[in-house]
Ligand binder design. Structure first.
Ligand code: NAD
Ligand code: LMR
Length: 339
């Protein structure tokens, strides 16, 4: 562990709470798409994270302003903005975690798969650069359709010879955040105490919240579980429709993305028992990628945890989602392998 630069002893102790050595390692986080609807609040939240020592904000436009703004906040990390492809290498070099919210969002009436044509190319080129400039970084993929962009990233890394399945994550944390919020409201339990795993993928019925495992237990009737499941699956669409053409979830996504990146950093730093749901390479089902609870460690994924016991409703949900998720995964793989 290197001690933080320019840190007074007391500040270092404060940041280091929960760390056995009291010292927090230096960690560089890069956000690609940092001037966007998600990118800006995510940049803010990562600037507030004491585990980050360097924050690189990259976009094709607008990053000097975002970086200058965020850099005035008196927290640990040094902020730098990078704009345009010629600065992408510099933005990535030395990164421990790369968060990717680059790409177009949905408008009402669109599915996430409708974003494939534009976002697949963006993700492919960004991942090509990651393979070159920071092949060991943990990659947090936010760009949709996650069910396809994660397989695209894996193929790009395989071709470059840098693929490490422990280091590639589709960010599905927003599904968990939604499931917790909606469950707490229905079950009338304190939202801060709620845990709900969400498995599968990140689109429509591929999002499978496991309310049978939700805590605190509430014994909700079937109709409530059905409604909660549907609302979690349609959470993204609910926001897209409410924004009426002005994009999709940005603020709640920035929160969820910051939460997941924080978990990755904690894992890298050796904090024990860090578990979050994420869409990762997996043996849990017959599909090569699947979201489930994942234990995070010093090398990224330490263990992909099993599904636990499912209700009959959830078993049916799992059966129904597999063909859809399979097709999205295959679409991504096929795209990445086109000449
Ligand atoms: P946005 O349009 O507001 O911002 C996207 C940003 O990406 C823009 O600033 C744009 O300039 C930038 N960009 C485009 N091409 C780029 C490139 N080649 N390199 C770097 N940056 C590039 O969109 P948004 O609302 O921030 O959403 C971004 C993506 O995140 C969308 O695909 C959306 O569907 C997805 N999303 C995912 C989740 C999730 O749960 N995983 C949740 C919400 C949104
Ligand atoms: C979400 O779940 O909010 C995102 O995937 C964005 C979308 O298009 O719904």
């Amino acid at each position: 562990f290197r001690l933080i630069r320019n840190g007074s002893a007391s500040r270092s102790r404060d940041i280091g709470r929960g760390y056995s050595s009291g010292a927090v390692p230096e960690r560089k986080v890069a956000v690609l798409g940092a001037a966007g609807g998600i990118g800006q609040p995510l940049a803010l939240l990562m600037k507030l994270n004491p585990l980050v020592s360097r924050l690189a904000l990259y976009d094709i436009a607008g990053t000097p302003g975002v970086a200058a703004d965020v850099s005035h906040i008196n927290t640990r990390s040094e902020v730098a903005g990078y704009m345009g492809e010629e600065q992408l290498g510099q933005a990535l070099e030395g990164s421990d975690v790369v968060i990717i919210p680059a790409g177009v969002p949905r408008k009402p009436g669109m599915t996430r798969d409708d974003l494939f044509n534009i976002n697949a190319g963006i993700v492919k080129s960004l991942c090509t650069a990651i393979a070159k400039y920071c092949p060991h970084a943990l990659v947090n993929m936010i760009s949709n359709p996650v069910n396809s962009t994660v397989p695209i990233a894996a193929e790009v890394f395989k071709k470059a010879g840098t693929y490490d399945e422990k280091k590639l994550f589709g960010v599905t944390t927003l599904d968990v955040v939604r499931a917790k919020t909606f469950y707490a409201g229905k079950a009338k339990v304190p939202v801060g105490e709620v845990n709900v795993p969400v498995v599968g993928g990140h689109a429509g019925i591929t999002i499978l919240p496991l309310f049978s495992q939700a805590t605190p237990k509430a014994n909700l009737p079937d109709e409530d579980i059905n409604a909660l499941t549907k609302r979690t699956q349609d959470g993204g669409t609910e926001v897209v429709e409410a924004k009426a053409g002005k994009g999709s979830a940005t603020l709640s996504m920035a929160y969820a993305g910051a939460l997941f990146a924080d978990a990755c950093l904690k894992g890298l730093n050796g904090v024990p028992d860090v578990v979050e749901c994420s869409f990762v390479q997996s043996n849990i089902t017959e599909l090569p990628f699947f979201a489930s609870k994942v234990k995070l460690g010093k090398n990224g994924v330490e263990e992909v945890l099993g599904l636990g016991s499912l209700s009959d409703f959830e078993k049916r949900g799992l059966e129904n989602l597999l063909p859809k998720l399979k097709a999205s995964i295959e679409k991504g793989i096929k795209f990445a392998n086109q000449i």
